[in-house]
Design a protein around this ligand. Structure first.
Ligand SMILES: [Zn+2]
Length: 363
C-alpha cells in the first residue's frame, strides 16, 4: 500500500499535459483552457514555480480574450474563449468558465500587467454582469447571440454563480459594495438560499450535491455573507457532509452506521447519497467543511482517513496522477482535485479561490 505522495511522477504526468497534449485528448481542444489550468494549478500546489517555467506563455493566454461587440450596446464586454479555434465571427463563444480558467492561469503566471489594465477589468466585469439572469439572480455561462442576454438554452446553476463571483474577486472586488457595482448581490444570495436542501447541503430540485454545496459556500464566503445561513442549516450541512465519507466502520464522527459503503472506499467521499467514493468529492466535501470551520483537531480523523484513501487507493504511483476511484485510469481533472484535496488538508491550499495559498491575488 502506497502512502507517500509520488511528487516526481505527478510532476511528469502534469507536464505531459502542457507539452504535446496526448492524442486521446485532441478532441478536447474546446477544453484547452481547462487543461492548462488544471495542470498549472496542480504543479503550483506541488511546489513548482510555474511563473518561472511557463510565464512566457502569458501573452498567448491573453490572446484568448475576445471583445464582444454589439451595435445596440454601449458597454464594451469581453471574456475568454477556451481555444482560438473557437473564435468564430458572429458567434458568442466566450464563456464564464473559460474566463475564470484564464484569469486563474494569469494569476498563477503572475501576469500583473493584465490585472492592472482598467479596460481589461471593466469589460470582463461587464460581461459577468450581463450573464446574470434578471428573474432569479442566478448566472448562465454564455450569452445568447446578438442580444447579449443570458442564454435561454444554457443551464443556470450554483456553479456559474460561483464562477461569476470569483471572476469579480480576481478582478479586484472584495466588499459587498464592490460586487454590487456589477451584479445584483441581494438577488444572487436569495437564489443561493433557494438552493438549500431540507437535509442540509445545496442542490437543484431539493437533492443535495457536494459540488454544488462547495460552490454555494465558496460564493457566500467570497461575498462575506455566510451569516445569511442559519446555525441550524450549517449544522445540518456539516452532518450531511460528514455522512458523505464512506467508512467500513460506520460513521466515525457520529458513531452511527453508514449503510452505503464498499470496503475499498474507506475514507473517501461520495458526492451524493448512495454513490461510491470519488476522488473529486474529497475536495468538494473537505472544502465545504473547511468553510464551515469543521477542520479542527477534534475532527482530524476525517481529514486523515481522506488523505489515506487518496494516497493508497486513487493515486497512481506508476504513471503519476490520480483516478476517480481505485479502478479507473488517472485523468487530469481527478489529478487536480486529488492534489487540491491533499494540499487543503496540509493547509497550503485556498479552497475557496481554488489556488495555492501562496498565490497573491491582491494586485
Ligand atoms: Zn469525480
Amino acid at each position: 500500500m502506497h502512502t507517500q505522495f509520488a511528487t516526481e511522477k505527478h510532476v511528469k504526468y502534469l507536464k505531459r499535459h502542457l507539452g504535446l497534449l496526448p492524442s486521446s485528448q485532441q478532441s478536447h481542444d474546446v477544453n484547452k483552457m481547462a487543461i492548462i489550468f488544471y495542470s498549472l494549478v496542480s504543479l503550483s500546489a506541488i511546489g513548482i514555480d510555474v511563473a518561472k517555467e511557463y510565464g512566457s506563455s502569458a501573452q498567448w493566454i491573453c490572446r484568448h480574450r475576445i471583445a464582444l461587440e454589439s451595435s445596440g450596446s454601449k458597454v464594451a464586454l469581453s471574456g475568454f474563449v477556451g481555444s482560438l479555434t473557437l473564435d468564430i465571427p458572429n458567434t458568442n463563444t466566450v464563456s464564464l468558465p473559460n474566463t475564470l480558467f484564464a484569469l486563474l492561469v494569469l494569476r498563477l503566471l503572475k501576469c500583473d500587467e493584465f490585472f492592472c489594465s482598467v479596460r481589461n477589468r471593466e469589460t470582463i466585469c461587464a460581461f459577468v454582469s450581463t450573464c446574470q439572469v434578471a428573474e432569479d439572480g442566478s448566472f448562465t455561462s454564455v450569452l445568447a447571440n446578438k442580444h447579449f442576454l443570458p442564454s435561454p438554452l444554457d443551464a443556470s446553476d450554483l456553479r456559474f454563480c460561483f464562477i461569476a463571483v470569483e471572476i469579480l474577486c480576481l478582478l479586484g472586488c472584495r466588499k459587498l459594495q464592490d460586487y454590487s457595482k456589477y451584479i445584483n448581490v441581494d438577488k444572487l444570495i436569495a437564489y443561493i438560499l433557494s438552493q438549500q436542501c431540507d437535509s442540509g447541503g445545496f442542490g437543484s430540485y431539493g437533492e443535495p450535491h457536494a459540488g454544488y454545496t462547495s460552490c454555494a459556500l465558496s460564493t457566500l464566503s467570497l461575498l462575506e455573507s455566510l451569516a445569511c445561513l442559519t446555525d441550524e442549516f450549517k449544522e445540518l450541512t456539516l452532518l450531511w457532509l460528514v455522512h458523505r465519507q464512506v467508512s467500513d466502520e460506520g460513521c466515525m464522527q457520529l458513531q452511527c452506521k453508514n449503510p452505503f459503503f464498499d470496503e475499498e472506499d474507506h475514507g473517501g467521499f461520495q458526492g451524493r447519497e448512495n454513490k461510491f467514493a470519488d476522488t473529486c468529492y474529497a475536495f468538494w466535501c473537505l472544502n465545504s467543511m473547511n468553510i464551515l470551520q469543521f477542520n479542527t483537531s477534534a475532527t482530524l480523523g476525517t481529514f486523515e482517513s481522506a488523505k489515506m484513501y487518496l494516497l493508497s487507493r486513487t493515486q497512481n504511483t506508476i504513471i503519476g496522477g490520480f483516478s476517480k476511484n481505485d479502478v479507473d485510469d488517472p485523468d487530469l481533472y481527478h489529478t487536480c482535485l486529488g492534489v487540491a484535496a491533499l494540499k487543503l488538508i496540509e493547509g497550503t491550499f485556498n479552497g475557496v479561490l481554488f489556488l495555492p495559498s501562496a498565490i497573491d491575488v491582491s494586485s
